[in-house]
Design a protein around this ligand. Structure first.
Ligand SMILES: Nc1nc2c(c(=O)[nH]1)N[C@H]1C(S)=C(S)[C@@H](COP(=O)(O)O)O[C@H]1N2
Ligand SMILES: [Mo]
Length: 247
């Protein structure tokens, strides 16, 4: 059986082939501005982007949840904050926002919280069910006030993966999805270093590599062209992974 996930992972050729037909139709033309838009449009036409990811019961949580990708961030700045339990650390929110600001871990913990038990699906073929807690990303974006030109949210991470800064990006549909949270807790405990302390993204309708760990800065941008290699994320730039990794 072809699952939606395998279709979307392996189906780049198929989806893009389908773009021609969409691009020729009047509605397609008005909506499609580039490859990213084409993927948005097609994804939205296949499944509702607002649909919730499945949530699980506590007894369904995986006894072991693998640490994957970077296991830590070893810049002097990150290590100094980690040694101090991130007490002076601030998440920075800037870019195309009216009120750029910094927010402490204590403040993030005192905002309204969302907790969810979800399944993490890594593109490498493993999955694990865990519980994540933190404020919804939408709350922080609303506090900052997105400017009308903002179209993508970029997550700048503390780690270098194989020498290159890890980063990821999502569109505003996923940024405002109710299950998109900035998690500081996993399985009812503060995030461990391996799972991305002090803060990581959970974007539950997408594959694992989109879930940026060690998030230091959130930037609202109009285009992904000026960030990293321009394709919207570490793996997108380095390995041709799809920018929209919907599951
Ligand atoms: N900053 C950063 N975020 C990252 C990665 C990474 O190497 N660095 N790896 C990604 C991948 S491929 C996966 S599957 C998940 C793994 O999260 P986990 O270590 O909590 O299992 O983190 C994602 N986020
Ligand atoms: Mo992954």
């Amino acid at each position: 059986m072809i699952t939606r996930r395998s279709l979307l992972i392996t189906g780049a050729g198929g989806l893009l082939a389908g773009c021609d037909a969409v691009g020729r139709s009047p509605v397609g033309k008005s909506i499609l501005g580039g490859g990213e838009d084409a993927q948005h449009f097609l994804q939205r036409s296949i499944v509702g982007r607002d649909a919730l990811a499945r949530e699980f019961r506590a007894d369904q949580m995986s006894p072991r949840f693998r640490v994957n990708g970077s296991k830590s961030a070893d810049t002097p700045d990150y290590l100094a904050h980690a040694a101090n339990n991130f007490a002076d650390w601030r998440l920075r929110i800037d870019g195309l926002v009216r009120r750029p600001f910094g927010v402490s871990l204590a403040q993030l913990r005192s905002m309204p919280q969302r907790a969810q038990i979800t399944r993490h699906d890594c593109v490498e073929g493993w999955s694990a069910i865990g519980k994540w807690q933190g404020p919804q990303l939408s709350q922080l974006l609303d506090l900052a006030g997105l400017r009308p030109e903002a179209r993508f949210i970029v997550f700048h991470c503390a780690d270098l993966y194989r020498g290159t800064p890890y980063y990821e990006s999502i569109d505003l549909i996923d940024a405002y999805h109710p299950q998109t949270i900035l998690a500081w807790a996993m399985n009812d405990a503060p995030l461990t270093t391996g799972h991305g302390a002090p803060l990581r993204l959970r974007v539950e309708r997408q594959l694992g590599y989109k879930h940026a760990k060690f998030v230091m800065r959130i930037e609202a941008v109009a285009s992904l062209a000026g960030i990293g290699g321009g394709k919207g994320g570490y793996w997108e730039d380095s390995n041709g992974y799809q920018w929209y990794a919907g599951i």
